[in-house]
Design a binder for this molecule. Sequence first.
Ligand SMILES: NC(=O)c1ccc[n+]([C@@H]2O[C@H](COP(=O)([O-])OP(=O)(O)OC[C@H]3O[C@@H](n4cnc5c(N)ncnc54)[C@H](OP(=O)(O)O)[C@@H]3O)[C@@H](O)[C@H]2O)c1
Length: 385
Amino acid sequence: MAHLVRIGLLGFGTVGQAVASLVRPFGVTQFEVTKALVRDLDRPRPMPLPLTTRPQDILDDPSIDVVVEVIGGREPARTWIAQALSRGKAVVTANKEVMAYHGPDLLALAQQHNTFLGYEASVGGGIPVLDALRYHLTTANVKTVAGVLNGTSNYLLWAMSRGQEYQEALREAQRLGYAESDPRADVEGLDAARKLVLLVFLAFGRWLDVDRLPVRGIAPWPPELWTRLQRQDLVLRLVALARETPDHEIEAQVSPVLLPTRHPWSQLEGAQNGIFVDTSAGSFWLEGPGAGGLATATSIWADIRRSLARPQPEPVRPLHPTIAVPATLPTLAISRDPDRTLSETRYHLLPTDPSMGYCLRPFEPEDGVEYFPVWDGGFASASTE
Ligand SMILES: NC(=O)c1ccc[n+]([C@@H]2O[C@H](COP(=O)([O-])OP(=O)(O)OC[C@H]3O[C@@H](n4cnc5c(N)ncnc54)[C@H](OP(=O)(O)O)[C@@H]3O)[C@@H](O)[C@H]2O)c1
C-alpha cells in the first residue's frame, strides 16, 4: 500500500535546496517536501516551495512526519529540534554544532518520545561514516578513529604549501564556497572538534566535553616552513584523532599533523575528507566529499529513509561529558633555518586554566621553530631526517 511521508525543512539554503531536489520514492513510500522555513521571504530561490518565516508552521503541523534541520548554529536549532521531537516527529540534522553541544539531551528526548534523531550528514558530509560506526562496526572493537574533517583548513594548507599567502588563499576558498564568511570555527579547529565528539560517541560510547578538547588550529605559517616540509617529503593536514587507552581513557585532539606526501590524506583536495578507523577486525579508510549540497543531502536522505523503520534510539551514557586526555604523538621541531636538521621531540602539553583543559604548546618554544605532531598510526608514519 502506498504511503506518503511529509517533510518540513528548517532552512532552505545550500543543503535545504539540495534535499528538496532529491525527492524520490523509496519502495512503496512516496515523499513530499511540504514547506521550508527561511529568514528572508524575498530572497530569490532556485525552486518553488511554500516558504514561511514562522517555525511553528512546521513544528505544529500534524501532517509533517519528518523535520529536517539545516539552519545551522546552536540556537534556535536546539529549541526547534527539541520541539519537533517532543511532538513525536522524526528529526534529521546536518548540524554538528548543535549535536556536539546538545546531542545527549536531544537523543534522550528522541528516546523518551520513541522517535528518531539522525545526524549522519553532520560529520563528513556525504561520507557514510556514522552509519559505518553505528551499524557496521558494532562487533569490532574500535581502537582509533581519526580524520581530515574540515574542507576550509584543508584547502588553506594545500594552497599555502603551493606558495599562496594565507589571506589570499582564504579569499579564494571563500570565492570557491569552501570557506564561510566567518572562517574562525574552521581554521581554529572547532568545526573538526565538534565532528570528533560525534565520531567518539559512536566509536567508544563516550560523549566528550567539546569545550575541553585539546584543539590547535592552523596559522599563516611563513613560506620557509613550506619549503622545508617539501624538502622532507612532508605535508601538513588538520587531523582530528581519538583513541582509547588500555586504561579506557579517551585520548583525543585536533591539530595540524605531519604526514608523508604519499599518505592518502596528503592527496586530499578542497572539501574532500578522509577518515581512518582502526578496529580489532582491521583498518578501514573512508574518503569522499565532506561538504557540498548534494553530498550532504544524500546523507540526509539516508537518515530520512532510516527514520521510517523507527530504529532503536541510541542509549546515551554517561550523561556527564567525558574529558579527553591529549594524545601522545611524537613531535617534530622544524626550524625555518634550512641548515638546521629537524629534531624529534615529545609532544608537550601545557595545562592552561584548569577549567579549560589543555593547550597544545611546546615547552620553551624557540624563535623560528615550529612544533608539529607526526601521524603515527595506520598506513605509514612520517620519517625524520
Ligand atoms: N553547506 C555544506 O556543504 C554543509 C555540509 C555539511 C553540513 N552542513 C550543515 O548544514 C547546515 C546548513 O548549512 P547550509 O550551507 O545549507 O547553510 P545556508 O546555505 O546558510 O542556509 C541556511 C538556511 O537556514 C535559514 N535560516 C538560518 N537561520 C534561520 C533562522 N533563525 N530562522 C529561519 N531561517 C533561518 C536561512 O534562511 P535565508 O535563506 O532566508 O537566509 C537559509 O535558508 C549547517 O548546520 C551546516 O553546518 C553544511
